[in-house]
Each structure stands twice: as structure tokens, then as C-alpha cells.
Design a protein. Structure first.
Lengths: 158, 129
């Protein structure tokens, strides 16, 4: 399984969901391979997947971007990344992005039957995540509210 | 006001989703059109327990939820009331899940992210049928 084959559906879903739910356009995007260490910009949502593929999806951004994203989604103003609505907005966006991506993958490869786990959210300075036995790939997306980084890791991915 | 019947009474909705943001967005889409959210549940088990205490015209049901998922909850609600109208509202909508949903009697499917007009149209259509 190539990195493109598992990163592309998530990149496409991220672009579509940000446009449809928040009216955010992706101004530029680049892909990058990751080593064992993933350093967060300050706010990261993790969604796991099981079934035909085992792995996980990260939606990562700065705290400021997370706050702006929540404001765009709910129409309310927030001043802290610790606000429950900010945390839940990030979780819901990551859930929808990964749900849409996995739907496309399941439909294009019948029998995979990949399912998602509920999202987990981590916020704070200096958060590092280690990839244990997982190969991962990232896409960095430039938007008018900051850089959004997605990272997809699949067991056995190359 | 699409959420009102000819006699002026509001169409009653039960929203089942583990995400409070998602429930907020359902309210935001429906309440301006006169629909009333008569009950909210954060997982399938809560939904099945709450369901007999309210009279909902339509249940919107997420799929991936903790404790009990939306497909099992829909089956349990259909066992209580086979005529209950249920719309699956989920980011996961692959062919296998849709087939499973239909086999459990779920009336329609709406993919997240949804537009207000889309979910309103589906609610009106399943009530007309």
C-alpha cells in the first residue's frame, strides 16, 4: 500500500469538509513523510481506525487556529483552547473528515470494512506523538486561519 | 416555516449524536424553520431509554457512538415502534453501512457534513411517505 493511496482520500476530505462547513479554502498544500516523531502545533485530534486497515488520523493545528475554527463552526466567540466547544468542534471536524475519507476507501475497496474509533483531543505546548510500528505521511495545508496539518499512519503502509 | 404542519403544530425531532457540536448544528438547521427538538441523547443507550418518554415525529441518528451505536439503537427503537421515522445522520456512509441501515428499517440517510435544506427536505419527505 503506497502512502499516496492512504493519504489522498484524507487530503481530499479535509479540503471538502473545511470548504463546506467553514468556507475555508486551501491556499497551498504539500506532502511530507514523517519519522517516528510527530510534533504538534498545539492542538491535535486523534481518530483511530480498525478493520481492514489499522492505523490512525491526526488533525493538527495551532491553538489560535483551533479557536478560530470553532468560532466559524458555531458562530460563537471563544478565548481559550480549553473551552469545551473548541475541543468538541475539533473532534467533530476530525470525525467528519475521517468518516468521509474512510467511506470513500471502503466503497472503492469492498470488503475492507474499516471502522472509526471516537476522537481524542490533546491541547498544549510541546506535545509529541511517537509512531510505534506505523509508517506515516503528512499533508500541510495553508489556510487564511493558519496551517492545518493532517497525518495518516497505517500499519504496514510504506 | 417548513417545520410546521398545516394545523400550525411543530414537527418534533429527537437528535441522537455523541457530539454536542453536531447536536447544536442540527438545532441550528431546524429550529429557525419551526421544528422543535424534543429530546437529545449522546449515545444509543440513552436514546432507547429516552425514546418512550417523548413523542418524536423523526429521530436523527448518528452511527458511531460509544456505549451503543446508532444502528443498534435504531433497531431497538423500531422494536418499540415500527412506524417511527428515523434518519441516519453520519460521516460514515459506505455501502455496507447503508445496506445495514436499510435492513434495520432506517428510513433515510443523510451524510455529514449536511446542509440545512438537505436534512429539512429529507424530514419532510419521510413524513409525507
Amino acid at each position: 500500500m503506497s502512502k499516496d493511496s492512504y493519504l489522498s482520500p484524507f487530503s481530499l476530505a479535509t479540503s471538502d469538509v473545511l470548504k463546506e462547513m467553514l468556507d475555508i479554502n486551501i491556499d497551498g498544500s504539500e506532502t511530507a513523510s514523517e519519522g517516528d516523531l510527530f510534533v504538534s502545533q498545539g492542538f491535535i485530534v486523534v481518530v483511530g481506525f480498525t478493520g481492514g486497515w489499522k492505523g490512525r488520523f491526526f488533525l493538527d493545528m495551532s491553538s489560535e487556529t483551533a479557536i478560530q475554527m470553532a468560532s466559524l463552526l458555531t458562530g460563537d466567540d471563544y478565548d481559550s483552547v480549553g473551552d469545551e466547544d473548541v475541543i468538541m468542534s475539533g473532534a467533530e471536524l476530525a470525525n467528519i473528515i475521517s468518516g468521509n475519507a474512510i467511506t470513500d476507501i471502503n466503497n472503492s475497496q469492498p470488503g475492507l470494512n474499516i471502522r472509526l474509533t471516537p476522537p481524542s483531543v490533546f491541547a498544549g505546548d510541546g506535545i509529541s506523538m511517537f509512531n510505534v510500528r506505523l509508517s506515516s505521511s503528512s499533508a500541510l495545508m495553508q489556510t487564511n486561519i493558519g496551517t492545518i496539518k493532517i497525518n495518516v499512519a497505517v500499519e504496514g503502509g510504506k | 416555516m417548513k417545520g410546521l404542519r398545516a394545523d400550525g403544530t411543530a414537527i418534533r425531532i429527537m437528535a441522537v449524536d455523541d457530539s454536542p457540536i453536531s447536536r447544536k448544528m442540527i438545532k441550528k438547521a431546524l429550529e429557525p424553520e419551526g421544528f422543535v427538538i424534543v429530546g437529545e441523547a449522546a449515545n444509543g443507550k440513552e436514546a432507547v431509554e429516552l425514546y418512550p418518554t417523548i413523542q418524536a415525529d423523526v429521530v436523527t441518528m448518528d452511527v458511531t457512538m460509544p456505549v451503543m451505536d446508532g444502528l443498534d439503537a435504531a433497531s431497538a427503537i423500531k422494536n418499540i415502534n415500527s412506524k417511527q421515522k428515523i434518519i441516519m445522520l453520519s460521516a460514515m456512509g459506505d455501502d455496507d453501512i447503508i445496506k445495514d441501515a436499510k435492513s434495520r428499517g432506517i428510513d433515510d440517510v443523510c451524510a455529514k457534513p449536511f446542509k440545512p435544506d438537505e436534512i429539512i427536505g429529507k424530514i419532510i419527505r419521510i413524513l409525507e411517505n
